[in-house]
Design a protein around this ligand. Structure first.
Ligand SMILES: [Cu+2]
Length: 167
């Protein structure tokens, strides 16, 4: 009987906690962000401007799904949200959904934030600040270290964005 009461109390507290953080909005956090350093030999797009990817885990600890729809940064003309399908990267027209209570990992060869038309060199050891915009109107800034990230077997963007890009 006593055990049952304690169990009930624990369940009630857990419910209260869930109700508290599971408010009916998205609560977004950015974890372990990085920006890939650029290699002047291989990272030109068709316009002759540099681009690179940014990777991180986006966590939504709130009670509503939210969609990453875009962003901006001082160091590039524009930002796109990309995915890689069959080795080809392409913009996600609908954005990237982060479900309530879940995390989505952005990584080489998968979802990523693309910084297009870089206006400066990005070398390992630099930092880059990026603002991400979400469907509910929130925008979140993050400052990420720039790192050398090797190509992996996933052939990130090997055939993407036209000839000569992201090889
Ligand atoms: Cu991309």
């Amino acid at each position: 009987m006593k055990k049952g009461l304690i169990g009930f109390a624990v369940a009630a507290i857990a419910t209260a906690l869930l109700a508290g953080c599971g408010s009916n909005k998205a609560e977004i956090s950015i974890e372990d962000p990085v920006v890939r350093s650029i290699d002047a030999m291989s990272y030109k797009d068709d316009a002759g401007k540099y681009m690179t990817g940014s990777f991180m885990t986006i966590k939504n600890s709130g009670g509503e799904d939210v969609t990453l729809v875009g962003g901006s940064t001082d160091i590039a003309d524009r930002i796109e949200i990309h995915e890689v399908i069959d080795g080809v990267m392409q913009p996600m027209g609908e954005g990237l959904v982060i479900k309530a209570g879940e995390s989505v990992k952005l990584r080489m060869g998968g979802y990523h934030v693309m910084l297009i038309g870089l206006n400066k060199d990005l070398k390992a050891g630099d930092e880059a600040t990026v603002t991400l915009e979400f469907s509910d109107g929130q925008s979140i800034d993050y400052t990420a270290p720039v790192k050398d990230i090797a190509m992996d077997d996933e052939q990130y963007g090997a055939a993407g964005m036209g000839d000569g890009a992201m090889k």
